[in-house]
Design a binder for this molecule. Structure first.
Ligand SMILES: [Fe+2]
Ligand SMILES: [Fe+2]
Length: 170
């Protein structure tokens, strides 16, 4: 594994350990997402992509709160767990899961700050009305869209996105 990838793993483990080891994140591994992915797999893809963007922007002098970004990306879709029972329709799930994820994230990260909560609640932008309030929030929305496309591409190519890094993290 290259140095750059090792740094990503180290950062995600450092700031996301409690989330990765939580029962809720474990449950997220059993919730299908984007056809053949799971909520936990997709969330790790988003997290890895987000951290890569963070490291890239650092070269241009843009400093990000990596801890906030890692916490928010690992929790951003937790509201999708049990969606068949929780929401009446797919549309409701799609509209409501961001706020529900923010609520659930607080149970996994009790000292979660308002910036992380806001990032999770706005991650569906621009599809949903609420716009990200911070640069970390903007990075989360971009990483989420990119990782979602890669999840769907994996259905066609049968290659799972970022498998090597994920194995190292877990
Ligand atoms: Fe989402
Ligand atoms: Fe997502």
């Amino acid at each position: 594994m290259k140095n750059r990838e090792q740094t990503i793993c180290k950062d995600i483990r450092r700031h996301g350990q409690d989330i990765l080891r939580s029962d809720l994140f474990h449950q997220a591994g059993h919730e299908t997402h984007h056809l053949r992915s799971s909520v936990s797999d997709h969330s790790l893809n988003v997290c890895i992509t987000g951290v890569r963007i963070c490291h890239f922007l650092r070269h241009f002098g843009v400093r990000m709160n990596e801890k906030d970004l890692i916490q928010a990306s690992l929790c951003h879709d937790l509201g999708m767990i049990g969606r068949e029972d929780k929401y009446e329709t797919r549309r409701t799930a799609w509209r409501s899961h961001a706020d529900e994820s923010a609520r659930l994230a607080k149970t996994v990260v009790p000292d979660m700050n308002d910036a992380v909560k806001s990032m999770i609640s706005t991650h569906m932008w621009p599809a949903s009305g609420k716009r990200p309030e911070t640069k970390e929030g903007a990075v989360l929305t971009i990483a989420d869209k990119y990782a979602s496309i890669m999840d769907w591409a994996g259905v066609i190519t049968k290659r799972r996105y970022k498998d090597k890094i994920k194995k190292e993290i877990l």
